[in-house]
Design a protein. Structure first.
Length: 154
């Protein structure tokens, strides 16, 4: 229990240090319906564990029990097709018992609900943007492996 608390505190410190390196953005300059790009969302919420290059080597990765997966090989591991439904489900509802490898990954859906003040459309757009960004990082792809239609991510 003590190690879990210490590990969590260390993760918070790492995330805070990383956030300090990010440029300060005045959120009041954006319209209420603003949703960041997938790249911005990834670097703000995912890079600490998955790494800036999405290969599972982020600064917090060594502190986790399960190494974060290489997100650049999702299409390769799914017969060359980026698994939009799977990825959006993991982002929205969490990894499940062992689907993503570890319950250490946060369930982002409820977090995005809070950030977006329960604006379901903004949450869907945030997940879509993040999925499209991850699709664009796939090994062997020249940009996105196909952009998910909004209906795919409802």
């Amino acid at each position: 229990m003590r190690y879990a608390v210490l590990g969590s505190a260390l993760l918070v410190l790492i995330l805070a240090a990383q956030a300090r390196n990010q440029p300060n953005v005045d959120q009041t300059q954006f319209p209420p319906s603003y949703v960041p790009s997938g790249q911005e969302i990834y670097h703000q919420f995912c890079a600490a564990c998955h790494g800036a290059d999405a290969k599972g080597n982020g600064p917090a990765a060594s502190k986790l029990k399960t190494v974060p997966p290489d997100l650049t090989t999702l299409a390769k591991r799914n017969m060359g097709k980026f698994p939009y439904d799977y990825v959006s489900g993991v982002l929205r509802f969490g990894p499940g018992p062992s689907a993503h490898g570890s319950p250490e990954m946060p369930t982002w859906g409820p977090i995005f609900q809070i950030i977006d003040k329960n604006n379901e459309r903004a949450v869907q757009q945030r997940i879509k943007n993040l999925c499209n960004y991850l699709a664009s990082l796939q090994e062997g792809s020249e940009g996105a492996v196909g952009i998910a239609p909004v209906s795919k991510l409802k």
